[in-house]
Design a protein around this ligand. Sequence first.
Ligand SMILES: Nc1ncnc2c1ncn2[C@@H]1O[C@H](COP(=O)(O)OP(=O)(O)OP(=O)(O)O)[C@@H](O)[C@H]1O
Length: 261
Amino acid sequence: MQAPSVVSAKDLCLTYQANDGPVRALSDVNLDVRKGDFVSFIGPSGCGKTTFLRVIADLEKSTSGEISINGMTPEEARKARAYGYVFQAPALYPWRTIESNIALPLEIMGYGGADRARRIAEALDLVSLSGFEKKFPWQLSGGMQQRASIARALAFDADLLLMDEPFGALDEIVRDHLNEELLKLWTRTNKTICFVTHSIPEAVYLSTKIVVMSPRPGRVTDVIDSTLPADRPLDIRDTPEFLEIAHRVREGLRTGHSHEV
Ligand SMILES: Nc1ncnc2c1ncn2[C@@H]1O[C@H](COP(=O)(O)OP(=O)(O)OP(=O)(O)O)[C@@H](O)[C@H]1O
């Protein structure tokens, strides 16, 4: 039996009205993200990856087509706190400690002292940052700051995590480490994750499903279901199966480009 649908997009279009004319950021996107999926969105700059996450999060409105999140409209899902959002840059408040950064959305949502403290401790444990509660963001490395912002998105325990290129600014060794940790976290929590990346190895390593996109207009050109096992040590990246999926992603990206005239 198929897992229930978490994000369902049907013929979804979004056109921005820019100063120099309309920009078709999303064109006829049809996609189903199911509970427990780890879905990566990959494609060149401007293909609409961020726009798609922003539509899910109700930060942009689609121009036409349909989208539902756990059967709700984006607005209903936002009000129900159906997702956590991790941005490209950690976006932590420098004057707040790590624990009070994580507490912020919980305060806004009205969680009381003891419940809040428990949730902060659990979220910090999930990203291996226990012991850093009292530090300020500038006292942590870039990778640790990004882990803290993941903890903030996890703290209110939404089933859906939207991650917009969270590791793009980090060096490769830190990124490898965080990729491993994110996979463990995903296995432990059984969350549904939508993850934007520019990196083919990152997409293949992390995902159960890879959505290849292409620009002008932004559209989905391929959806690849991964055949890799759930248990993925980093050296799985040297296996023929991994390289085969990476090859298909690369081909998808290349085919998308050939439409660009
Ligand atoms: N607020 C806006 N107004 C006008 N055009 C926009 C706006 N936001 C995005 N765009 C355009 O829409 C297209 C899709 O942008 P989007 O940021 O979703 O792409 P992306 O695939 O996430 O790119 P990147 O990988 O560079 O982050 C681009 O051509 C971009 O210039």
